[in-house]
Every structure is written in structure tokens, then in C-alpha cells.
Design a protein around this ligand. Structure first.
Ligand SMILES: [Zn+2]
Length: 127
């Protein structure tokens, strides 16, 4: 007797898909782009035609970015303050600016990764 094959767990490898999504590439073919603009998802892949507008990433990428920023910023602030004596006025400008720059840098790759994850698990409208 053979084990039942669950199609959605065998035909779309999760790691390569997320890797492509993090780079903003279509998780189905790896050639087309996920995004038309900064965070605007393309209706479909220009290369293979995979529909991309069926994703339901919603606020999840933002939650992931907030979690990542907390794990990056807090140890960095503690270490910098342990080594350097930066005036508080400078720190009041430095840390929020660094957080904003990191958030902008991380949000698109994270959203691409979330969309690729949904594609690989056939979640949302990815059948
Ligand atoms: Zn594609």
C-alpha cells in the first residue's frame, strides 16, 4: 500500500519559490517580475502568464518587516550605545531614520516572499 500523494505538497517546491519571491521574480517560471511598481503586484507574469493578482498577502509582509526590524534594531542600538557615546539628540534622528530605510528596503522582498509562499502552497487563489 502506498502513501497518498498530496499534490500541493509535491509539485511546487517551497524553498526555490520563496527565493525567487524574495528577488521579486515570478515563483512559477523565475523569469517574469512579481511587481509592476514598488509594491503593486502585476496582474500576471509577463513571461509565463501565471496570475499573480490572486495573492492575499494583506498586512502579513508588514508584520514580518516589523518583526525583522525589532530583531535588527534593538541589538544594534544596545551594541552601539555600549561602545559609542552618541548624544541623545543624534540618536533621536538616527534610529528612526535607519528603521525607515530598513523598512523600505525590506518590504518588497518580504512581500514577494509571502506571495511566492502562497503560490507554492496553492493558498489564496493560486490553484
Ligand atoms: Zn512566470
Amino acid at each position: 500500500m502506498t502513501d497518498p500523494v498530496i499534490p500541493h505538497q509535491s509539485d511546487r517546491a517551497i524553498r526555490p519559490a520563496i527565493g525567487l519571491g524574495l528577488r521579486g521574480r515570478c515563483p512559477a517560471c523565475g523569469k517574469g517580475r512579481i511587481f509592476d511598481h514598488f509594491l503593486k503586484v502585476a496582474p500576471a507574469c509577463a513571461h509565463c502568464g501565471q496570475r499573480l493578482d490572486v495573492h492575499q498577502a494583506d498586512d502579513f509582509p508588514a508584520y514580518i518587516v516589523i518583526l525583522l526590524l525589532g530583531h535588527i534594531m534593538l541589538p544594534l542600538m544596545i551594541e552601539v550605545n555600549a561602545v559609542l557615546a552618541i548624544p541623545l539628540g543624534w540618536q533621536a534622528a538616527l534610529w528612526p531614520a535607519l528603521a525607515a530605510i530598513l523598512a523600505v528596503a525590506l518590504i518588497q522582498p518580504v512581500k514577494g516572499g509571502v506571495i511566492a509562499f502562497q503560490w507554492s502552497r496553492r493558498m489564496a487563489g493560486f490553484r
